[in-house]
Design a protein around this ligand. Structure first.
Ligand code: AMP
Ligand code: MG
Length: 424
């Protein structure tokens, strides 16, 4: 369905509080298959709230309003709703009863203030009677309009427990059916992706493709919207297949998957283990891998070998080799990868050594030069990349590239070029 979110509060429009509610709600609604067409943020005045509400009901299938439901006189959402939709307010004695019993330990709170919480627009259906501020549902012109408290944890609870399940079962009125998917790519630029998919963009007016650089990845979103569920499903499957064909192994994952999730899944599936040797990434590869629950199944461990002496002592990188080629070199990367693979008795060893900057670059090896060593059964190789960016970006790109190389090795899709341009 198509939705609109309205966040209400002077603290939001004055810049004192960050509007995290809309951000959170949109993300979760998106994941549940809804498309948010607009987000409005308005102050606590009935005129603004009313105007935003009418506009939203006009153009969306459902509306979510957060904030302005509290006991203090500055919270005016209920009053605004009554005025805008021409509904009288009604006293809900059971709401007041519950609030009073919950706050029995706080006799300081005047019962007149609390009473305000129990005057709601006529027809309001209380979403969760046991909560302290009544979130409610109003159905206007057959469209559901949800009113949720502004306090983030209360809003989140009602959204997850009541709003999303109710929307999933919503049958009344005309609704749009929406299917969405996020494709995650790495190592290919936004414009390259755009070029490959350009011909798909204007083929069907109910299909939208969006490109979003989400460092260090580039995400692509596919959205199909139509009133006819069957048509949506058919177009969606068709486009998903076409995008996979066009971008092939540039897509490392979809929706919530991270690169480390995917590498973990491949390693588990093939019954293989991994160990890492890191220099310029300073442990970031190991950190990304171990963020995934259950990674102990395939990740044996890693060494952060920053100093040459450490590379020699723990990974067996020979002095001669370090003298001849330098710490940032293909042969050193290979030796590090083979070293950690042997030390850990892993199936795959991956190593990272490079110049994260801002100092330490040279003409032959400028800042951003990073070598990767990849050691697997009977084969050790190295890859040279040229990344651009600040120190943090180069480290992020290095860690993600290390995982990408492992992914490609496991898929048997390694690209054999010896120098790749970084994109940032
Ligand atoms: P209210 O329900 O309007 O009384 O809001 C209660 C408190 O929740 C406010 O004082 C803010 O701290 C917080 N809040 C309200 N709206 C939002 C929002 N959109 N995002 C984050 N916090 C919010
Ligand atoms: Mg408020």
């Amino acid at each position: 369905m198509l939705g609109e979110i309205i966040a209400v509060g002077d603290e939001l429009t004055s810049g004192r509080t960050l509007n995290t509610n809309s951000f959170y709600a949109a993300g979760h609604l998106f994941a549940a298959g809804h498309e948010i067409i607009a987000m409005a943020t308005v102050r606590d005045t009935p005129a603004e709230i009313g105007a935003a509400l009418k506009r939203a009901i006009d153009r969306a299938d459902f509306v979510i309003v957060t904030g302005g439901l509290g006991p203090t006189s500055d919270d005016l959402t209920n009053e605004a709703v009554s005025r805008a939709l021409g509904l009288p307010t009604t006293f809900y004695p059971e709401v007041l009863g519950r609030i009073k019993s919950q706050r029995a330990h706080r006799p300081d709170q005047k019962s007149r203030d609390l009473e305000k919480l129990a005057w709601l627009p006529e027809g309001a259906e209380i979403l969760k009677p046991e909560t302290s501020i009544a979130g409610y549902l109003l159905v206007h012109h057959e469209k559901p309009v949800f009113f949720l408290p502004g306090i983030p944890h209360q809003m989140k609870e009602l959204l997850a427990d009541k709003v999303i399940p109710r929307l999933a079962l919503w049958k009344g009125g005309f609704v749009h059916c929406v299917r969405q998917k996020i494709f995650k790519t790495f190592g290919i630029t936004e414009t390259e992706i755009n070029r490959k998919l350009k011909h798909l963009e204007n083929r069907d007016q109910n299909v939208r493709i969006g490109y979003y650089p989400v460092f260090p990845d580039v995400h692509l979103s596919l959205t199909v919207i139509d009133a006819d569920l069957k048509k949506v499903e058919q177009l969606f499957q068709q486009y998903v297949a076409e995008i996979h064909t066009l971008l092939a192994d540039s897509i490392f994952g979809v929706d919530e998957e991270t690169m480390a999730d995917v590498v973990g899944r491949l390693l588990s599936g093939q019954g293989k283990t991994l160990a890492v040797a890191e220099s310029c990434s300073g442990g970031l590869v190991a950190h990304k891998i171990t963020k995934v629950a259950g990674s102990s199944q395939y990740f044996l461990g890693g060494v952060v070998a920053y100093h040459n002496e450490f590379k020699r002592k723990f990974l067996g990188v020979e002095n001669e080799l370090l003298q001849k080629h330098g710490a940032v070199s293909g042969p050193t990367a290979q030796a590090m990868a083979a070293g950690i693979r042997g030390l850990a008795k892993a199936d795959i060893g991956i190593a990272v050594t490079g110049i994260a900057g801002p100092t330490g670059g040279s003409v032959e090896k400028p800042v951003g030069t990073v070598f990767f060593g990849l050691a697997s059964h009977g084969n050790t190789r190295d890859f040279r990349f040229a990344f651009a960016g600040d120190r943090w970006q180069i480290q992020e790109l290095s860690a993600q590239t290390a995982l990408e190389l492992v992914r490609r090795l496991l898929l048997d899709k390694l690209i054999a070029n010896n120098e790749k341009e970084g994109r940032h």
